[in-house]
Design a protein around this ligand. Structure first.
Ligand SMILES: Cc1cc2nc3c(=O)[nH]c(=O)nc-3n(C[C@H](O)[C@H](O)[C@H](O)COP(=O)(O)OP(=O)(O)OC[C@H]3O[C@@H](n4cnc5c(N)ncnc54)[C@H](O)[C@@H]3O)c2cc1C
Length: 451
């Protein structure tokens, strides 16, 4: 059984680990910190807007027309579709359903009272009833931080051109937190709503307001439980008792919907016997790059390396102790600048584990448009590691640098996730593609060595 090491425990790393383990590989994850799921929504945006900012109605059809180096173009639309199905199967196995498919963008309510397009979403965030019903009630909580029900209601009124009745109400939280101890977050409320007393408090207060009913969509912060396996049950129970439809907004930090997915993926890893080694920051590797000169000495290497283009091991550091992890293949899922998978200094961007240079304009001013919100993709957002169709890192001439290394998720070049709304979509689909391509990459390298 070939051994695979995944670096990074964000959505792309945890999923790559699960998909590889499902294909029979023995997998370890080297994790340092949590990924962007802690702040981002647990929804899978595939492709929301084209390069002109126009809403994409059929994301998979649009993806089929994209050009390389966009990660979707490297994989092909069919692989992308397969990956979405594999994701839905994996989450369903953990008793958490995702609605939707790659051909439709669904409408997800946001914390500013707009709707954003996303392909795969949990039922609690499905905003479609808000379009169908005549009345919306936006519920806030007196001590909750970073959630503004009046702003949401104002923007919803505007969005629906005043064709619906939109009301705002506030429920009272009587906690020491939020008054003098610390702020109350949606995560506190999600934990509270997992308890019978929290549910009773919510139902009693909302019923007393007399503003909900079967014709009403009740917009709430993401509070229907922290644990993914409980959230559908909590939603059904509260909706039955209130005789109304509850809809969560996608996320406010800390992201409860993202944390649900994070918990789910870690449980799936445990079920698949994947070892997650925490506090393991990868700081280097042993091996020789395929494009290294003849006199190249392997970095930090105690072995005599015969084979060029093969990574032999990864080195973890931190807290003064180095450890070495060997494997047959390595999947790097370390994220972008946010996750520290890419590092920038003045005029330079690089990938720090393998010291891969990222091609950027010499003049830093040219990395971005003058205005952040200019209605166009930002150049800097698309900078990242160049890979081929098998997700192996390549140099400027297109030559593979390491045959047994793959990059997935946010560290990849060629897409602006924020503009096109494709963040978790690229993470999910490249994770799946990497697992599928492992066999090809290992076999191709062995064949080349025999020549
Ligand atoms: C605020 C925000 C909101 C977003 N909202 C959405 C949304 O609504 N929908 C959507 O689809 N996408 C959204 N995204 C995008 C989405 O979150 C990212 O595209 C996705 O999380 C990328 O996943 P990743 O696993 O590639 O990287 P990350 O989530 O960044 O994970 C990388 C992991 O690798 C670890 N790591 C880094 N270096 C090392 C190392 N040397 N050794 C070991 N570990 C290391 C990091 O600590 C981190 O845990 C949002 C992003 C942000 C920042």
């Amino acid at each position: 059984m070939a051994q695979v090491i995944v670096v990074g425990a964000g959505i792309s790393g945890l999923l790559a680990a699960c998909f590889a383990a499902k294909r029979g590989y023995q997998v370890k994850v080297l994790a340092f910190g949590q990924g962007a799921l802690t702040v981002a929504g647990g929804i899978i945006d595939l492709f929301g807007y084209d390069e002109n900012g126009v809403l994409v109605t059929d994301p998979l059809a649009h993806i089929a027309k994209l050009q390389k180096p966009h990660p979707y173009a490297l994989m092909g639309a069919q692989r992308v579709e397969e990956a979405l199905e594999a994701f839905k199967t994996l989450t369903a196995e953990q008793n958490y359903l995702y609605l939707g498919d790659g051909h439709h963008n669904q409408k997800v309510p946001t914390a500013i009272g707009s709707f954003k397009p996303s392909c795969l979403i949990p039922p609690s965030i499905d905003g479609s009833y808000a379009f169908d019903c005549p009345k919306i009630v936006v519920v806030g909580f007196n001590l909750l931080k970073d959630y503004y029900p009046r702003l949401i209601a104002k923007n919803l009124k505007h969005f629906f051109a005043r064709s619906k009745e939109v009301e705002v109400t506030e429920l009272m939280l009587n906690w020491p937190t939020g008054k003098e101890y610390r702020d109350v977050s949606a995560l506190d409320l999600a934990r509270e709503l997992e308890t019978p007393i929290g549910q009773l408090n919510f139902v009693t207060q909302l019923k007393a307001k007399n503003i909900c009913g079967p014709d009403t969509a009740v917009i709430i912060p993401p509070i229907l439980g922290e644990r993914p396996e409980l959230s559908a049950e909590i939603q059904t129970k509260l909706e039955r008792e209130l005789n109304t439809k509850l809809i969560e907004v996608s996320s406010i930090p800390p992201s409860v919907t993202g944390l649900r997915l994070d918990h789910l993926l870690r449980r799936a890893c445990a079920d698949l016997n994947i070892d997650i080694i925490e506090k393991a920051q990868v700081v280097g590797y042993t091996g020789i790059k395929a494009n290294a000169g003849e006199d190249a000495a392997p970095s930090a290497n105690k072995w005599q390396v015969q084979e060029k283009g093969k990574c032999l091991s990864l080195i973890t550091g931190g807290y003064g102790r180095e450890r070495e992890y060997t494997a047959d293949a390595f999947i790097v899922a370390t994220g972008g600048v946010f996750g520290a998978g890419l590092v920038t200094t003045m005029g330079r961007m690089y990938e720090p584990i393998f010291d891969l240079e990222i091609k950027v304009p010499e003049v830093q001013r040219d990395w971005s448009h003058k205005y952040l919100f200019c209605g166009q993709p930002q150049p800097f957002a698309a900078y990242g590691v160049s890979v081929n169709e098998h997700l192996q890192p390549i140099d400027e001439a297109g030559n593979v640098i390491f045959h047994n290394v793959q990059f997935v998720g946010r560290s990849l070049r060629g897409y602006d996730f924020c503009f096109e709304k494709s963040g978790n979509g690229v993470a999910v689909t490249t994770a799946y593609h990497a697992a599928c391509e492992l066999e090809h990459n290992l076999a191709a390298y062995q064949a080349q060595q025999k020549k």
